[in-house]
Write a protein that binds this ligand. Sequence first.
Ligand code: CTP
Length: 404
Amino acid sequence: MRVVLGVGGGIAAYKAAEVARLAIQNGMSVQCVMTAGAREFVQPLTFATLTGQKVITDLFSSQSPEATLASAVEHIGVAQENDVLLVAPATANVLARFAHGIADDFLSTLYLAFTGPVVLAPAMNNNMWAHPATQANVATLRSRGHRFVEPGEGFLACGTTGPGRLAEPAQIVEALLEVQRVRQDWQGETVLVTAGPTQEPIDPVRFLSNRSSGRMGYALAQAAAQRGAKVVLISGPVALHAPAGVERIAVRTAEEMRAAVLARLAEASVVIQCAAVADYRVAQPSERKIKKSDAAFTLAMEPTPDILAELGRIKGHRLLVGFAAETGDLEKEALRKLESKNCDVMVGNLVGEGMGFDSGENEVLLMFRGGEVVNLPRASKTVIAAQILDRLAPLRAAHPAYGR
Ligand code: CTP
């Protein structure tokens, strides 16, 4: 595995040398990028000697136009040639610049150009770590699926004690090994993911919809793409950006979602139907804005097509995963939907109480066709997405013909 090791400007920069050494010992190649601050603490020569590679220190390293041109595009090359970006120590400043997309030196520019997994090992003064600004940046970076190697407690260089100390080099390299293990285990798959709500028009300015934020489906799409799958994300209207490396198709109604899913089904080996599709639509949406009157009025509704049930009938060898959002008997209802919609796996989640819909967290029950039931306890949707993919991986292997 090829690792870019970003070294931030903190006293813990000297420990990054040990991280580089251990990573190489574990069979990885290491390309070092040092920030200006890091160079105040450690000499680039230390890393160049350890890694056997040139250390990158500047975005514009030379005054000569040719060399400036070469280094101006170098971050793109480094981004493409490496498998994982590790920053150790990640200072408060590095975390802030990454979180806000500020590209003002080689490392922060490389970060924006890099589409693979990112591992961050923060180190700073305990108050800086605990500050709401830093914690908000950490939350933003976590929500992008980046992995953190938490700082440890202990004596800090500034004379205080508390959390903020760079994690041990062995722990940091263990996180790299973990990335290596899960890295590309979805390579070769084409995953169709649906996400978000649908909007069913009442008239040109009004619609019926639900509280789905799309976050669970987007987290699954992002995780599958990071693990090597080709991902097509068919999304209802949500306020989320398409994850890197994912093709997004925007739809509005259940009917549009059905058409998009069927159009892309042929190429899919796995379908994850995570969207909160409206069950009913207005039978005859008005072409003009409905005018107010004092009288009560009734909207005639009709059922929408059940996309998942249709997929269950035509899925062939594809792995089909449905979601069941419930407020009542989760296990019973999820099992009923697993069978009635002919899915391989049904992911049941209770909605409400700060969970499921419109929330960053989830707790789910995975029900497999063979009868196995697995509970994934409450965690962020990014973590739940990774765990769902972990559980689906053996099913793909056990199903030799599907999708191909
Ligand atoms: N689903 C679908 N098309 C619909 C309705 C639901 O594809 N018109 C899918 C959802 O995307 C989800 C699964 O069916 O993967 C279960 O959705 P859910 O709303 O929990 O169940 P319903 O079948 O709609 O039943 P109910 O609303 O009565 O619980």
